[in-house]
Design a protein around this ligand. Structure first.
Ligand code: KG4
Ligand code: ZN
Length: 338
């Protein structure tokens, strides 16, 4: 018998709903919030309000697109953290109400685990799923982790950022350059026409497998402050080279620790996940490791990199198989691991 799961994601600024049949996506819709553009980051109060406005239409549209009736859904899986509390509460409340009304199981999903489990979405245009154990570089707006993945429910963080996340480094650098939020995709776009070695920024010295990105932000800030004193149009005239150099620096930092983790664990199956895995430079760096015969690499399809409910539904599917259900009394959490 096929299992139909409704997945709901509302941890940050995207309201998303998906319907899956086993591991196949029937619908995966995302309502992006544009209200944060001019604020340089997500404004929690505005995010919760937009989720509240979007959630019912997004879910109805996902059900229609999947051509599935409410009473055909076997379980509802939703993100219960980490994320913004007000945002999480919108998805949580809907999921609880839906599960109760339909008399079906409620499944909580950890957002960071779901990013990794996006690799197990059955999609012909996605590369094959990684075998266990594998390492996953999980890079998003709020987290940067190297995760040792030994099973669908067996994940251990072996390295993580001690301050800013990689996505935050992209977004903050973009903000300093006067670009709107989220700046990561814009830096990626400008970087395509730039020289990645035009400007150099220092690398952090962090022991073990951890990361640090706050120093990069400071050095970009001071570097630009000095250059702008001499030339007020410096950013405008060097946008592509600046973007390419900043992107190159972030990727070098990410790859250095990841290579170290691969050597230390002896694992050659290496995946990426999370919003920053949409970055073309990072994807190229992974492809290069593959071409040089160092790693087997696993890169998700673009639409499964940034926040989406398909990954939540698939993570929920694996919990469904284990009958790992949650009670109506469960509450969302804001910080990893929960
Ligand atoms: O996973 P995600 O969609 O949301 C969180 O869970 O945080 O990640 C969002 C982050 C943002 O910081 C955004 O700027 C970054 O992913 N991002 C990118 C790209 N696309 C999204 N960063 C660099 N290059 C991209 N192409
Ligand atoms: Zn995410």
């Amino acid at each position: 018998m096929s299992i139909y799961i409704l997945g709901i994601e509302s941890s940050c600024d995207d309201t998303s709903a998906a319907v899956i049949k086993d591991r196949k996506i029937l619908a995966n819709l995302v309502a992006n919030q544009h209200v944060h553009k001019d604020f340089g980051g997500v404004v929690p109060e505005l995010a919760s309000r937009a989720h509240q406005q979007n959630i019912i239409p997004v879910i109805s549209n996902a059900l229609s697109k999947a051509n599935i009736k409410k009473n055909e859904i076997h379980a509802v899986a939703y993100t219960n953290g980490p994320g913004l509390l007000g945002s999480l509460l919108v998805g949580t409340s809907f999921a609880k109400g839906f599960a109760m009304a339909m008399g079906i199981p409620l499944i909580t999903v950890n957002h960071m685990h779901a990013h990794i489990l996006a690799h197990f979405i059955e999609d012909e245009s996605q590369s094959k799923s990684p075998p266990f154990p594998f390492l996953c570089l999980t890079v998003s707006g709020g987290h940067t982790q190297i995760v040792l993945v030994s099973g669908y429910h067996d994940m251990k963080v072996i390295g993580q950022t001690i301050d800013d996340a990689a996505g935050e480094a992209f977004d903050k650098a973009a903000k300093i350059m006067g670009l709107p939020y989220p700046g990561g995709p814009l830096i990626d776009r400008y970087a395509r026409d730039g020289d990645s070695l035009a400007f150099t920024f220092p690398h952090p010295k962090v022991p073990g497998l951890d990361y640090s990105f706050s120093g990069l932000k400071t050095s970009i800030l001071y570097f630009l402050r000095d250059r702008l004193k001499k030339d007020p149009d410096f950013i405008k005239r060097n946008m592509s080279d600046l973007a390419a150099s900043i992107q190159h620096n972030i990727i070098e930092i990410l790859m250095k620790q990841l290579r170290r983790a691969a050597v230390e664990t002896g694992i050659r199956h290496i995946a990426i996940a999370g919003g920053v895995s949409a970055n073309s430079g990072l994807r190229k760096a992974f492809e290069k490791e593959k071409e040089e015969g160092n790693w087997e690499v696993y890169i998700p399809k673009f639409e499964y990199c940034t926040d989406n409910a398909a990954m939540i539904a698939v993570a929920g599917y694996f919990k469904y198989l284990n009958k790992d259900f949650s009670s109506q009394r469960t509450a969302p959490f804001t910080r990893y691991p929960g």
